[in-house]
Write a protein that binds this ligand. Sequence first.
Ligand SMILES: *Cc1c(COP(=O)(O)O)cnc(C)c1O
Length: 498
Amino acid sequence: MDELNFDLASKLVEPSYIHQARDAHRTRLGRVRRLLSQRRLPERGWDDADVRWMMGQLAAMDSNQFPEQVGVGEREGRVYSSVVRERHWGMAHGMGRAGDVNADQPKAAGASLLVRLAQYLVRDAIRRSGFESCRAVGLLPVATGMALTLCLLALRRQRPGCRRVLWLRVDQKSCLKCVTAADCEPVVVESRLQGDQVVIDREALQRAWDALPAVSDENGTRDTRGVLCVISTTSCFAPRAPDDVVRIAQWCRAHDVPHVINNAYGLQARRCCGRICAASRAGRVDVVVQSFDKNFMVPVGGAVLAARHSDMVQRVLQLYPGRASVAPVADLFITLLQMGADGYAQLLREREHWNGHFRRQVAQVAQRYGERLLHTDDNPISFAMTLQHITESCAVEPAHIGSMLYARRCSGSRAILATERRCIEGIEFVGYGAHVAHYPCAYLSMACAIGITQRDVEVFCERLDAVLRQVVAVQRVSGWNGPLNETGDHVSDADEHG
Ligand SMILES: *Cc1c(COP(=O)(O)O)cnc(C)c1O
């Protein structure tokens, strides 16, 4: 309704009622105006009705929704199923153009506006998380691993002839596969133990560099050693600590080597973002990659590139062939509108709060079984407890403890044996899962991630206690050291399920 239509309406319905409705409408328009002009998270999150209305407005700006539109092209935003149309608010043209996934789409003014606004909202959220100097963001409808691959492909155009990636070991398959998928050669920078923590220092990076044969660049002026970039990681499973990205960034600047940071779920931790901010100032950081879903509580499907300078982000977006789905960006846009600045701040605060509580609770359970929390204080999200005595004295594999937890509907914890040899993408890893060869004991890692609730923490700790109690009881009662099945149900006593 515009002003004229409201005037006409007041000739049909009691004008004071229409006046009220017009007032409410103006409030809503005011919200949209602030969003368009300030381009920041709203102080307070929007309610469902506002969001639905806004999405309707945006979708109506796309050509497939225009009244009296006819289309004779091969891609006209036709959607067969009304269920599918509803799921996408009627937006059917995706984002970007053939040559640039970041370009405005002529057939979709609404979706294009949605993407722009989402970029600003995400940038605001990233700054509020602690990466205050973030200026450029790029939204990709692919998850973190694929986004990293796209970054490497963009770098390969910048550094022709360079295929080697100095890869700071992190035992998560997608972290390695993103390198091989870009047809690059991972050069593993090995980690070491520092107390309970697994760390990788700049000296290890230097050693990996020194071990490579000299390769001069295409002008013959500089020795690149064939290195495309360094990939460091700031969010990872304990006992690995986040990389010291400040010193790595300084090293990269000194050696003229691009630096990609995998910050998959680090936006939720002030410490990760603060370090990235400092690294971007003190050294070289080309691009930082993070997941939509792990940071912002949306379904899997997108990743955000962030950087202090826009060059690299632009290059990655320009590399993307063709258009892309706008659905993951729409999910993020809606979520950020509904969270608002206060909702986001509260989620970050709550996570911090439960983080301490969760660690203390697990430490208590651990103590009951002669185990302890590993000292992994540099990791702000993930932590771990030992499974040393339990696995040794009860002759149970850590994987069984993992399966028992899983069978009790606990997901997300990882039981690691730490002596496993695995070949991943043609590279042999000793102690796969532990991020280091020869980690001294088996352990169970957990994460205190955004959105976690008191119930998650408490119920998990109860079930963990029950599982460990059962493992110990089996050993004690039967004296039999054979393997347990997944649920441990073949043993009748000491089970809370009877
Ligand atoms: C989750 C994660 C990935 C892979 O992310 P996808 O979104 O599944 O591609 C890579 N690296 C780290 C550190 C992660 O946590």
